[in-house]
Design a protein around this ligand. Structure first.
Ligand SMILES: Cc1cc2nc3c(=O)[nH]c(=O)nc-3n(C[C@H](O)[C@H](O)[C@H](O)COP(=O)(O)OP(=O)(O)OC[C@H]3O[C@@H](n4cnc5c(N)ncnc54)[C@H](O)[C@@H]3O)c2cc1C
Length: 531
């Protein structure tokens, strides 16, 4: 097959139009195109009066050699491959702590290769988790072990399910993950959309199907089972202790516990596992009507295209980076808390992205110097302490519900008493309040400066009625657990820090990719368990 990188068609089109456009590019009749595979599909909205779809295609045509001579590349699909080369004996089953994307993909491949992983997950299985989360949204009663952060599927389960990543897919891992998602029930379009997303409604079934496959392949799941400590002997990992005191022997622990498991992180740090502070970002979620964002991005084409996203960046006068993050077109702001007395927000959408508002986090980079100053501590865990402080303030400001304010009131430091023209779209109740009580002063002024800068890019962005919800404090992990070239902790062989919580990922795809990298490291060291 040959690759056609840029085939343009109008926003309303059929598959036949794509074939016609490809034939025109190659100057052949449409009937001479024997097969077409869509490699990428994106909306090109750079010129507002000429918005169109741009496709990258692989096509089969007779005498492909002729076209290759004319400069068209041959299309060779990138297949992800690995080889098991490890020779060391594993005395016990490997344990994967955490059933988020990192843990699930490590477990899936370990199971596939006969390593029979035991997956322990502090939260419940999907069915039970959905009930707990719905109860929390309705009644505000938080289950600290079953919430938006904890439970089967990990943090991204109640999300927009965006699957784009900045990590380059050099060896096909990314495509392999997308293919696995499709096999487990995700829509096929994620294989080629430029910015693929699954949506929380569909992602839940995908996760359950992946779990069932891991079990079929020899893996075991234990839900509501929390890793508390590691057991070591002669400087190596020999087992783990669960929070109920049970001990499990193992030579290999994949630590894929995400960025919200602060108690476990603190416990492991206390046991001498080396950790380093890491930059992250914090801020608020902003909501605008979906139709307003769609119109701005797509003009007259808005009704013909899916809900629009945006990506905005700005450097404030004091040098701080401010940017939009995890934008959820046609989505909800969710109460994403996991600790009693503390509150954080995030965003989610259904596959259809048809909620009335579009929201995004507007965040400011926070580095270790910031949170060392704010907390007066130089412990590697002080980034976590800073997050906790912000989340406590948010909880208090909202009286346990999502603290929300009109942007105009925020600027004037007047507590909001209700919304204006924009009704909130949230999962979890809101309290109108003053977010100036939540945000540290320097971040407050950066945020206002940033939102006005974004108003120059999307006129109306800084509308007084735009709704702010706080606090978005868990954009990524505040710590990194250093690992050596074999992906094991520099302080404990046998411990494989993995995914977002360990500081090696920032999103569903990059976490899943890191799970695969850790799997590769394990199979280079160990052969499969024999008994
Ligand atoms: C509401 C929301 C929306 C998001 N939207 C997107 C999006 O659209 N696209 C995107 O790319 N990313 C999104 N993210 C971020 C994404 O979810 C994370 O980057 C990703 O899930 C990280 O994967 P992980 O496997 O490293 O960790 P996690 O997904 O956090 O999984 C860790 C798992 O470990 C379990 N665990 C924790 N401690 C223990 C313990 N001690 N013992 C046993 N189990 C434990 C947890 O319960 C959890 O299930 C979103 C996050 C949230 C909260």
């Amino acid at each position: 097959m040959i690759r056609l990188p840029q085939i343009h068609v109008s926003v309303v089109h059929e598959k036949e139009d794509i074939i016609q456009a490809a034939a025109k590019e190659l100057r052949i009749a449409a009937k001479d195109i024997q097969d077409v595979v869509i490699l990428k599909k994106s909306v090109d909205a750079r010129k507002k009066d000429d918005i169109h779809y741009s496709y990258s295609l692989a096509v089969s045509v007779p005498q492909e050699e002729r076209y290759r001579k004319k400069g068209y590349e041959q299309y060779i699909p990138k297949k992800y491959r690995y080889t098991v080369t490890g020779t060391k004996t594993m005395h016990f089953r490997p344990v994967v702590a955490g059933a988020g994307p990192a843990g699930l993909f490590a477990a899936y491949l370990l199971a596939k290769e006969g390593y029979r992983p035991l997956v322990i997950e502090r939260g419940p299985s999907m069915e039970e988790r959905i009930e707990a989360v719905e109860r929390f949204f309705q009644e505000g009663v938080l289950d600290p072990e079953a919430n938006i952060q904890f439970g089967e599927g990990g943090a991204g389960t109640f999300s927009d399910g965006k699957l784009n990543t900045l990590v380059k897919d050099r060896d096909g891992k990314g495509h392999f993950i997308l293919e696995k998602f499709v096999e487990c029930g995700a829509p096929e379009e994620i294989l080629y959309l430029n910015k693929p997303h699954i949506g929380t409604d569909k992602l839940r079934n995908v996760i359950v199907n992946l779990r069932e496959e891991i079990i079929r392949l020899g893996g075991t799941f234990r839900f509501r089972t929390c890793l508390k400590k590691v057991v070591t002997s002669e400087g190596k990992l020999t087992g783990i202790v669960l929070s109920d005191g049970t001990e499990i022997n193992t030579d290999v622990l994949v630590l894929a516990i995400g960025h919200s498991s602060r108690d476990t992180i603190a416990e492991l740090f206390g046991q001498g596992i080396r950790m380093e502070p890491k930059s992250y970002a914090m801020g608020v979620r902003i909501q605008h009507p979906r139709t307003f964002i769609d119109r701005n991005q797509y003009g007259d084409y808005a009704d013909l295209l899916p809900a629009a996203d945006y990506k905005l960046t700005y450097t404030a006068k004091d040098g701080r980076g401010i940017y939009s993050f995890c934008m959820c077109p046609g989505g909800y702001v969710v109460n994403a808390s996991s600790e009693p007395g503390r509150l954080c927000v995030n965003g989610m959408s259904d596959h259809a992205r048809d909620a009335a508002n579009s929201n995004a986090a507007i965040v400011i980079t926070v580095d270790p110097d910031d949170y060392k100053t704010a907390t007066g501590s130089d412990s590697p865990l002080c980034g976590m302490a800073f997050q906790r402080d912000l989340e406590e303030r948010a909880y208090k400001a909202g009286n346990g519900f999502i603290p929300t304010q009109r942007f105009g009131d925020f600027e004037k430091r007047i507590p909001s008493t209700g919304c204006g023209a924009i009704e909130p779209c949230t999962k979890g109740r809101v309290t109108y309040t003053d977010l100036n009580e939540v945000l540290p002063e320097q971040f407050r002024s950066d945020l206002i400066e940033g939102i006005h800068a974004f108003d120059r890019m999307i006129p109306g962005f800084a509308d007084a009625d735009a709704l702010l919800c706080a606090i978005e404090a868990r954009t990524s992990s505040p710590v990194r657990i250093p690992r050596d070239e074999t992906y094991q902790s520099v302080s404990l062989p046998g411990l494989y820090p993995c995914g977002e919580g360990a500081g090696y990922a920032g999103g569903i795809m990059s976490a899943a990719m890191d799970g695969i990298r850790v799997f590769e490291a394990i199979i280079q060291e160990y052969k499969a368990v024999t008994e």
